[in-house]
Design a protein around this ligand. Structure first.
Ligand code: 4AD
Ligand code: MG
Length: 462
């Protein structure tokens, strides 16, 4: 007989029918008359209860059915005697696929700290919390593709290995096949990258945007959704060295259109989670963050506040908060400032626009004032920046001037500049950090706990 997923079985009304379930034992308890096995197969946060009548089974037959063991159980679906579930399985036959020695199995007990679970990232998917987070990641990925597909955007695959630094921050992981113990050098003593695999310096990408722009200037509306890498030494609960990013790029679109898209997109995703992941959200709400569901509902029911950077600085300067990082016009906002604006001042998500050009990337469209650019950051409660984006500079001369001012190597940028020489168009886009989205939707407090295998400074074990 084929197995039935626990998620399906819990909804089934076929009482009296025989089923096979397979999964991992969460607990087994009972007495000499009856034994209760709580089984989970990851299809849902809920377990199915399997009841073994100890007049048919011996203790010896069930001795390996311990927490963490993997079993296959055959039995009849019956209405449950206990509260907590409508149906349960009355056990007829059991096979242990894999035992889990109670002496050594790390998840023997409940209630481990998040820090401990990070040390056993290979096993933590078997906990309720990580099961919920992993199912949420899946649902959000699917919803992202659905949102853009329904709008007629095309999913574009941008390269992971690149020769350019989109954000210009120099925080890139080098990709090389050169022998690091015997690096080839030219006559002047410089590393001879002509001898490297690609014949030039290459790195892991920090963003798919530049290539996304090439796509938008041909297909009008594209998006990327892929891994990005940043070698920044930030040990914060919101930074990873490897994270996933969604980057829509839209031709014939200005900063206002870009803000509209970002707001509609985030609200769509959160609504999707509320409608499709209610069991997992309820679990996370009860376990970690009692305000999670109300916070999610708040975000879909309120327009985001759109505020000029200059105005935000005035608000921050006027507040009597003691800032860890001082703030004045021209400084980049830190998470403490972003969260103050969102959580204390406006009390709703904020889109900050028109940042000083000196703290933003070279590609952003320059405003008439000569000081600011058409940048936008979407700021969320508990998170701070969740989206960063802008209208792009489509004028060749202005873009070129900026590239030279910022000493960006022109030889790496000729292909990007070509789009401004041939059929340039106004266009805009943004990047949503996927793990920051999952942080917000799951209510977890550390980004290391919303990706299966986090990469952070000094951590790449699993
Ligand atoms: O603001 P960022 O650096 O923008 C870009 O990369 C643009 N090229 C995007 C675009 O316009 N197409 O990054 C975008 C988002 C941030 O708002 C944040 O959510 C996330 O990516 N992010 C990170 N997430 C986790 N760990 C990190 N180290 C992150 N750095 C950025
Ligand atoms: Mg940013």
């Amino acid at each position: 007989m084929k197995r039935t997923k626990i998620k399906e079985l819990l909804k089934s009304d076929k009482v009296g029918t025989s089923f096979v379930v397979e999964g991992w034992v969460r607990t087994r308890r009972g007495n000499k008359n009856v034994s209760f096995i709580a089984l989970n197969d990851g299809s849902t946060i809920h377990n199915i209860q399997i009841v073994a009548d100890m007049s048919t089974f011996t203790e010896e037959q069930l001795k390996d059915v311990t927490t963490g063991a993997c079993i296959r159980a055959t039995g009849t679906l019956v209405a449950s005697q206990g509260s907590g579930q409508a149906v349960e399985i009355s056990l007829q036959e059991i096979k242990v696929h894999g035992t889990a020695d109670p002496e050594t199995f790390p998840l023997q007990k409940k209630g481990h700290s998040m820090e401990f679970l990070r040390e056993i990232a290979h096993l933590r998917p078997r906990t309720n919390t990580f099961g919920a987070v992993l199912r949420l990641r899946h649902a959000m990925s699917f919803a992202i593709h659905k949102f853009y597909n329904d709008k007629g955007f095309f999913y574009m695959h941008t390269p992971i290995i690149t020769g350019s630094d989109c954000e210009g921050a120099g925080q890139m992981f080098r990709v090389t096949t050169l022998d690091i113990n015997d690096i080839p050098r030219d006559e002047t003593g410089k590393i001879d990258f002509a001898k490297d695999f690609f014949g030039k310096e290459t790195s892991l990408t920090v963003s798919g945007q530049l290539e996304g722009e090439l796509g938008a200037l041909a297909l009008s509306e594209v998006y990327t959704f892929g891994p990005t890498f940043r070698a920044e030494n930030s040990n914060t609960p919101r930074h990873l060295a490897e994270f996933w990013m969604i980057e829509p790029e839209v031709a014939f679109s200005d900063l206002n259109d870009n803000m509209d898209l970002a707001e509609e997109f985030l609200q769509y995703l959160i609504r999707y989670a509320l409608e499709n992941c209610s069991d997992d959200l309820k679990f996370l709400n009860d376990m970690f963050d009692k305000e999670l569901i109300s916070r999610l509902e708040f975000v879909i029911n309120n327009r985001f506040e759109r505020v000029d950077y200059t105005e935000a600085i005035k608000i921050l300067e006027a507040s009597d908060k003691k800032w860890e990082f001082p703030v004045s016009w021209g400084t980049d906002l830190q998470s403490e400032h972003e969260r103050y604006l969102v959580e204390e001042h406006y009390k709703k998500p904020v889109i900050l626009i028109n940042y000083p050009r000196d703290i933003k990337a070279f590609y952003m469209k320059q405003n008439e004032d000569g000081k600011t650019v058409r940048a936008m950051d979407v700021l969320f409660p508990k998170i701070g920046e969740i989206i960063g984006g802008s209208q792009r500079e489509e004028n060749y001369d202005k873009l070129m001037a900026r590239i030279q001012e910022m000493h960006i190597p022109e030889k790496d940028m000729w292909w990007y500049l070509d789009t401004r020489r041939y059929g340039s168009a106004p266009h805009s886009g943004f990047g949503l950090g996927f793990e920051r989205l999952i942080l917000f939707v799951s209510g977890m407090s550390n980004i290391r706990d919303v990706i299966p295998f986090p990469r952070t400074p000094r951590n790449a074990e699993f």
